[in-house]
Design a protein around this ligand. Structure first.
Ligand SMILES: Nc1ncnc2c1ncn2[C@@H]1O[C@H](COP(=O)(O)OP(=O)(O)O)[C@@H](O)[C@H]1O
Ligand SMILES: CC(=O)N[C@@H](CCC(=O)OP(=O)(O)O)C(=O)O
Length: 299
């Protein structure tokens, strides 16, 4: 909610305080993964789109990669199909694949593009099939049409960035024979961010970040490094859906992304807090080879 008690001078101070961060990110690639339950609330969705347009206007080369698992579940329910998951991946028969493609590459992708345009941005939607962006093979026959990414042909995305657009990517890929595959949103975002050598990957989820006690938001771990991960798994601190998410963060880092942040998509303007203030938001995952990027002076 906007703080209407700020004086104009205070507003100006807020803007100038953001200047070092604006300088830091202008011209850099930031990939935002948006999906899951964080995407359900309409008002929040509008705010996330506003944040993305604001970053785009200050010169950040921003790419939006989206999921939409809950909306796929919803359409499956309406069509009388029961969603089924194995290790967090949707079992995807041919009919389910049609539903996934309709929801992700159709409804959600176009809705997000439209929202970004309505907020004053210039956005173009594409799926992993467009320009063979996400070339994949079948991951495991038991899962059906779930894709394992083999190759990322990133040029359609860089072309759009170079032309001043916000690329909006849905995570439907295809194999060399043209069969469509369903790809997990976090995985696709990690590969795309890696192929772009992104400065930052932001994973928006429905929890404050990685917590020491997942039921207590006050136990947020602000930063974890790759060498610390095994002990976090072994101790059971990281479990369930957070394991594949953190694994995707590690994958992105190993593919050349500088920093990854897991943050709460339910908090208004969390992206701006993370990128444009010294507070940060959520949990930063880094290789552990450099000083904390959040604390470093931006020179
Ligand atoms: N240490 C932890 N910190 C935060 N969340 C955790 C942790 N361990 C397990 N989780 C679980 O992981 C979930 C996030 O994963 P998931 O639901 O798959 O996210 P999304 O739907 O955004 O992809 C949290 O809602 C929480 O229940
Ligand atoms: C293979 C697989 O499970 N694909 C996911 C793709 C969407 C997704 O990842 O959506 P969220 O980001 O909202 O979770 C699915 O079918 O739900």
């Amino acid at each position: 909610m906007m703080n209407t008690n700020l004086t104009n001078m205070e507003r100006a101070e807020v803007l100038t305080a953001a200047l070092p961060y604006i300088r830091r990110y202008a011209g850099k690639v930031v990939v935002v993964k948006y999906g899951g339950n964080a995407m359900i609330n309409d008002q929040l969705k509008q705010q996330v789109m506003e944040d993305i347009v604001l970053l785009w206007l200050i010169g950040v080369r921003i790419v939006l990669v989206h999921g939409g698992g809950p909306e796929i579940n919803d359409l499956m329910d309406r069509l009388g199909k029961k969603p089924e998951f194995v290790d967090g991946l949707r079992v995807t028969d041919k009919e389910t694949m049609d539903i996934v493609q309709m929801v992700l590459a159709g409804k959600i992708n176009k809705t997000l593009v439209n929202l970004l345009e309505m907020k004053g941005g210039k956005a173009v939607g594409l799926s992993g099939m467009d320009g063979r962006l996400l070339q994949c093979s079948m991951k495991d026959e038991r899962l059906g049409y779930v894709g394992e990414i083999q190759k990322v042909h990133i040029q359609p995305v860089t072309d759009l960035l170079d032309r001043g657009y916000i690329p909006v990517v849905s995570t439907v890929g295809c194999d060399k024979s043209g069969n469509a595959y369903n790809i997990n949103g976090d995985t696709a975002a990690a590969y795309i961010a890696g192929a772009l050598g992104a400065e930052r990957l932001i994973m928006m989820t429905d929890i404050a970040g990685v917590l020491k006690d997942k039921n207590d938001p006050s136990t947020l771990i602000p930063q974890i490094t790759l060498p610390e991960l095994p002990s976090l798994y072994d101790s059971g601190i990281i479990s369930g859906g957070m394991i594949p998410k953190v694994e995707c963060c590690a994958k992105a880092l190993s593919r050349g992304v500088r920093n990854v942040v897991i943050m709460d998509g339910r908090v208004p303007h969390s992206i701006l807090m993370e990128l444009l203030t010294d507070e940060g938001a959520g949990t930063m995952v880094s290789k552990g080879e450099e000083a904390d990027d959040r604390q470093k002076g931006w020179e």
